[in-house]
Design a protein around this ligand. Structure first.
Ligand code: F6P
Length: 327
């Protein structure tokens, strides 16, 4: 069967995530397998606007799966959202002969791809973000690595908190979602976990768990705060006022976005990169590759953007049980 596309571009957009390089490699290698030419578009949609692109061959992507960051650079492009920016991007596709684009990123990336598809360019999205907040996919590339990085750092913090009998307030990323915080809180044995999806009753959700823990003999405490909840410094201040504990704040920040991707992220990226190119080769467009019930599936981008994904309630119940709270 003949491929529906002859030459495609691949780009990474939005916040980078460990595993993006592995996805780029998978896209390129699948193209090579099918006899499709693959062009790396640098700096997200800005690269499409400026014609910042270069052919990627089999060897150019050798050994990149184990590397964090993205070899194509990433950006959040304001210009791409303007009519003129879009027109320039479409002109670049015409000039370079790009029939299709694979975009690796989050919901903003998918919205950009959808707009591009209206100009006759075939597009496929791949979910890549440490936040795991893409509603159409139960898993996003980079999440596992970011969780492990956060846990490793929290374990280190615990050592010093234990020595000084302090309370640690750790802010983790996640944008407006609490997936990362909940997972990390559960894995690190936190005293309390605050996520934006659940209303915070400070006394009941933070102070009482600290007190109960203290009464069982614990002398240091770990409170995980999702960035979407608000200021972790305010949380620390309230704990200090209510308990007189010596409290320290650590904002893990962009540390969580770096580092070598985990096996899970590399393998997920390989599958999703492969699926994206296969879809383009079959003549599909305006779709996003997702994971649902441990299977790789694809959805229309608009449908995907309209989907809802709540917090994992089972995990939330387990976490509450671990800290001695009712569900
Ligand atoms: O979406 C990934 C993410 O790291 C979020 O967790 C965070 O809110 C945001 O990006 C930070 O963005 P920037 O890198 O632009 O500071």
């Amino acid at each position: 069967m003949e491929n529906a596309v002859r030459r495609i571009g691949v780009l990474t957009s939005g916040g980078d995530a460990p595993g993006m390089n592995a996805a780029i490699r998978a896209v390129v290698r699948t193209c090579v397998h099918l006899g499709i030419e693959c062009v790396g578009v640098r700096r997200g949609f800005n690269g499409l606007i400026n014609g910042d692109a270069q052919v990627l061959n089999y060897y150019r992507v050798s050994g990149i799966s184990r590397l964090g960051g993205t070899m194509l650079y990433s950006a959040r492009s304001d210009e791409f959202r303007t009519e003129l920016g879009m027109q320039k991007a479409v002109n670049t596709c015409k000039l370079l002969g790009l029939d299709g684009i694979v975009g690796i990123g989050g919901d903003g990336t998918f919205r950009g791809l959808h707009d591009l598809s209206r100009h006759g360019i075939a597009v496929i999205g791949i979910p890549g973000t440490i936040d795991n907040d893409i509603t159409s996919s139960s898993y996003t590339i980079g999440y596992d690595t970011a969780c492990n990085t956060a846990i490793e750092n929290i374990d280190r913090l615990r050592d010093t908190m234990q020595s000084h009998e302090r309370c640690s307030v750790v802010e983790v990323m996640g944008h407006r979602a609490g997936h990362l915080a909940l997972y990390v809180g559960l894995a690190s044995g936190a005293t309390a976990v605050l996520i934006p999806e659940k209303e915070v009753h400070f006394e009941e959700d933070v102070i009482e768990p600290i007190r109960r823990s203290r009464l069982t003999g614990q002398t240091h405490f770990m409170v995980i705060v999702a960035e979407g909840v608000g200021s972790s410094y305010e949380v620390a201040e309230k704990i200090r006022e209510a308990t007189a504990l010596d409290t320290r704040v650590t904002v893990l920040g962009h540390i969580q976005r770096g580092g070598a991707p985990s096996a899970r992220d590399r393998v997920t990226a390989a599958h999703m990169g492969y699926s994206a190119v296969m879809l383009l080769a079959e003549g599909k467009t305006d779709r996003v590759v997702c994971m649902q019930n441990d299977k790789y599936v694809d959805f229309d981008i608009n449908t995907a953007l309209g989907m809802k994904k709540g917090i994992d309630e089972d995990k939330y119940t387990v976490m509450r049980t671990m800290i001695g709270q009712g569900s």
